[in-house]
Design a protein around this ligand. Structure first.
Ligand code: EPZ
Length: 425
């Protein structure tokens, strides 16, 4: 079985370069389907979720020229089909963006019901509401989603019942080439939503308000890319290295990031006593003592991101007192706490709340990466723990972090990737 072996304790020191944002890239790649022509993308993260997307788009008729591992030209002139493989689309969450993008071009679209991290119930009722309001018919059966339309989608007013990143992006994708004006209220405001809107606007779309509560989209006839587009740096990858630096009492420059996107994380780290110095496109994180206890409530952006909650728990698990984590987005995001308890952490979970009391030490143990961010937290736990931590189910981690082993090694960590069949000695 593939695994990571981490030997701790470590003190991370040095500079890490942040890759392109996964959650922007998985929206921008399907957004290229709205262009009957070529799109040139830069700062694309080299992660397995993107490789799955390339296979899907190529199976639909896209031609992709891979310039290097982070840059590509995708030609969607000859997309022949809007029926995406069940096996490929049902494996990851962001495949649902194919619905919004392909509906802009085809009358019949079919994908597998999206999979992805197991974080509890992950309904898509708001996506369906968006498509239906725009005039499409949606059917969910036999593990597939069927979307159809008989004429162009028509702009309308939509009020989302819950603030959903995915439904907001799907609404933007579907409304970009629709007839007339679409106004979407109660939308998500994450940096990746702004990036996807900027990408589409750079090609002639008319999207205003991304990053606020209300987005207005005036449908346009067609899109055309005139110059290449560089994807924003990954907020959560940057945050993960910030916490890793703090938890290992290290001194790390997190380079190629947007400090503004990191503000909720920076604020919480400062509350814990961590030094965070912000400059143009980097943050410098330093820590030399036990963290002060703190509490977190996860919220949609600009609140504290749920995707940083497991990583922050490691800092709290070694803090000088008791703190609390309230998870407001995903019902099963505390599965990783059982793994931390195996390592000696003192955590009590009830419902959506975890009470965490700092201990003096964590001890290496065999642990599971239950999902992508839980997996990142297991690496940080392995770095601060005494002895060897063996992390399995790392396919989750590889879905969303580019060269994670190489980046941690460069900061002085003792971490190894063991592929299937290898032994770790
Ligand atoms: C995106 O998921 C991210 N994934 C997640 O990151 C992230 O945790 C999440 O947003 C919240 O920030 C991608 O961008 C690919 P939502 P998404 O729709 O779009 C409820 C990671 O680790 N909801 O904003 O699926 C839902 O149950 C991943 O990178 C509905 O009720 O999340 C949740 O409670 C994991 N009906 C809340 O809204 C719907 O139709 C937010 O979900 C849709 C969502």
């Amino acid at each position: 079985m593939e695994k990571f072996i981490v030997e701790g304790p470590a003190k991370l020191v040095g500079t890490v370069n942040i890759s392109g944002a996964k959650n922007a890239a998985v929206g921008i790649l399907p957004a290229t389907l709205l262009v009957k022509g070529k799109c040139h993308l830069e700062n694309v993260p080299d992660i397995s979720d993107m490789r799955s997307y390339y296979t899907i788009l190529e199976s639909l008729g896209a031609k992709i020229e891979y310039i290097n591992k982070n840059e590509l030209i995708i030609d969607n002139t000859n997309i022949k089909s809007a029926i995406a493989s069940y096996e490929l689309t049902s494996k990851f969450r962001a495949s649902y963006y194919l619905l919004g993008a392909l509906l802009g071009r085809f009358n019949e679209v079919e994908i597998g019901l999206p999979g992805g991290c197991n974080l509890g119930a992950r309904p898509i009722d708001q996506h369906i509401k968006v498509f239906e309001k725009l005039g499409a018919k949606i059917d969910v059966r036999s593990g597939r989603v069927y979307a159809s339309k008989t004429s162009k989608l028509k702009g309308t007013s939509i009020f989302l019942d819950v603030v959903s990143v995915g439904a907001t992006i799907n609404a933007i994708l579907a409304a970009t080439l629709a007839e007339g004006t679409t106004i979407i209220e109660n939308v998500a405001k994450e940096p990746h939503i702004v990036d996807i809107a900027s990408f589409l606007n750079s090609m002639g779309a008319n999207i205003k308000g991304a990053g606020t509560d209300v987005i207005k989209i005036v449908g346009v006839e067609k899109l055309e890319q005139k110059s290449s587009y560089s994807i924003i740096p990954d907020q959560i990858e940057a945050g993960t290295f910030m916490v890793a630096a703090a938890a290992t009492k290290g001194d790390v420059i997190i380079n190629n990031c947007i400090p503004k996107h990191l503000e909720p994380i920076t604020a919480k780290l400062r509350e814990a006593g961590v030094t965070v110095i912000e400059q143009d496109s980097l943050v410098h994180v330093k820590m030399d003592k036990k963290a002060k206890p703190f509490s977190i409530k996860t919220m949609p952006h600009p609140g504290f991101p749920t995707d940083m909650q497991p990583q922050m728990c490691i800092l709290l698990a070694l803090a000088s007192g008791t703190g609390m984590i309230v998870e407001n987005i995903w019902e099963s995001r505390f599965q990783y706490t059982d793994e931390l308890i195996k390592m000696g952490a003192d955590i009590l979970c009830k419902g959506n709340t975890a009470i965490v009391t700092g201990v003096d030490k964590l001890y290496g143990a065999p642990v599971i990466a239950h999902d992508l961010r839980a997996g990142a937290a297991m690496i940080i736990a392995g770095l601060v723990a005494e002895g060897k931590t063996e992390i399995t189910h790392i396919n989750h981690i590889l879905r969303g972090y580019e060269d994670i082993v190489g980046k941690f090694l460069k900061l002085g960590a003792n971490i190894k990737y063991i592929s299937e069949g290898d032994t770790d000695d």
